[in-house]
Ligand binder design. Structure first.
Ligand SMILES: Nc1ncnc2c1ncn2[C@@H]1O[C@H](COP(=O)(O)OP(=O)(O)OP(=O)(O)O)[C@@H](O)[C@H]1O
Ligand SMILES: [Mg+2]
Length: 404
């Protein structure tokens, strides 16, 4: 209890009117301060009396539980809360005096998103007597999502290390297989020549043996490609960051894909912002990321009649945005959530590692990637690369400048 208020209360009969006014005014100030602090808490607080009637709620509790503020609540706290599971928990805990109980619930209002709320019920003790209950509500939605994400990343990291080891081990026998198939091909063509020269009667199915070996070679090449891409996707990258002009790289890429686009009757539109600020990037990796995006766009437009590929660059004070847009098949809502996952592909011959690599390269550049797509209309991938921000400078009283 506030000592000033207590001593004033004890001398209440002796106070002059002016002194009583001062006590009131100071008490009101104190209450206002307490209320402000109480309402500023991010946790929701419900205070109940000994009959479990709600006597106090802060703003966070009202917001989290979607309850209205009343000066006086007439019903027990469990009757005020809309959710039946939470209401039952509070009823059971408070009526049996099991204070100290803590439990998490999913709470969903008719117009509000699902939240994960943690309820902690504590006794309210005054002079060794329980005078009511204190219910602390914490919104743990983001915390739980982060925890789950972290667990997923950790298990993914150990899995990828394991898989990278296996992939590396596969690479060596693959190389050996490839060499032996090539040797067999050479021997076969030598035998064919000898048979031809000697005009022997031996009937060797040279043609079909050759075909089988070519297929073997192709499949080995494909497996090798998958393994190399996979290792590239999971191993840390050593970026060679050099300050340069993204537009220069985009122009090179456009020149590179020009003929393939022309062949496929695709109109290529370049909208490159003039005087784009230079930034540090690894030209080789960035080229690979952008080419992967463009390759996907070209694939997506294969069965369309109106084929336009738009390559754009623009900047604001904080970032450079490169976008690759197409008028292709678009991506369904369901697939959009999976496209960056390793091995997700909707293509017969796709490895599903293209976008995984793009994501990794952009993340290594501290950038972001966004996809906007409409099924049947087209897709735009936007790559946002941060521009270095000028450091804040503070002047001290002597006029010297400090960097922070
Ligand atoms: N521009 C796009 N338009 C429509 N779908 C796309 C586009 N880009 C990606 N996708 C979808 O995302 C999937 C994954 O793309 P990703 O580049 O990772 O693999 P892929 O292209 O299937 O195989 P790879 O890149 O190994 O050839 C594709 O199979 C496709 O379904
Ligand atoms: Mg691809």
């Amino acid at each position: 209890m506030n000592s000033f208020l207590l001593s004033s209360f004890r001398k209440f009969d002796k106070l002059t009117r002016e002194q009583a006014r001062q006590v009131f005014s100071r008490t009101l100030d104190d209450i206002e301060r307490y209320e402000t602090a109480f309402n500023s808490l991010s946790r929701g607080i419900l205070v109940c009396d000994e009959r479990q009637k709600l006597v106090l709620t802060n703003k966070s509790a009202q917001r989290l539980l979607l309850i209205k503020h009343h000066d006086e609540y007439t019903e027990p706290v469990w009757d005020i809360i809309k959710d039946s599971t939470i209401s039952e928990f509070l009823h059971d805990t408070l009526s049996s005096g099991n204070s100290g109980d803590e439990q998490c619930f999913v709470f969903e209002g008719s117009n509000s998103p699902r939240r994960l709320l943690n309820f902690h019920v504590l006794p309210l003790v005054k002079e060794h007597h329980i005078t009511g209950s204190l219910i602390i509500i914490e919104d743990v939605t983001e915390k739980k999502i982060r925890e789950a994400e972290l667990r997923r990343i950790e298990s993914l990291a150990s899995l990828t290390t394991l898989a990278a080891g296996v992939a590396h081990e596969i690479k060596n026998p693959l190389a050996s297989l490839s060499i032996h198939v090539q040797l067999l091909q050479k021997m076969l063509s030598y035998s064919r020549e000898t048979c031809k020269k000697e005009d022997t009667d031996t009937v060797m199915p040279f043609e079909s043996m050759g075909n089988h070996l070519s297929i073997l070679n192709e499949e080995i090449g494909r497996l090798n490609h998958i393994v190399v891409d996979f290792l590239f996707a999971v191993r840390p990258m050593n970026l060679m960051l050099i300050k340069s002009n993204i537009n220069k790289l985009l122009k090179e890429i456009i020149a590179f894909i020009k003929y393939e686009a022309e062949d496929a009757r695709i109109t290529c539109v370049a909208e490159l912002q003039k005087n784009l600020p230079w930034i540090e990037f690894d030209e080789r990796y960035m080229k690979q990321a952008l080419l992967n995006l463009i390759k996907n766009s070209l694939d997506a437009m294969q069965n369309k009649t109106d084929k336009v590929l738009t390559i754009k660059s623009e900047s604001d004070d904080t970032q450079i945005t490169i976008s690759i847009g197409d008028t292709g098949s678009g991506i369904s809502g369901e697939n959009k959530a999976k496209i960056f996952e390793p091995y997700f592909t909707t293509k017969k011959m796709g490895t599903g590692l293209g976008l995984t690599l793009v994501y990794k390269i952009i993340k290594e550049h501290k950038g972001e990637i966004r996809v906007d797509s409409k099924e049947g209309v087209g897709t735009t991938f936007s790559v946002m690369l941060p521009l270095p921000q000028p450091k804040l400078r503070l002047l001290n009283y002597a006029g010297d400048s400090y960097e922070i």
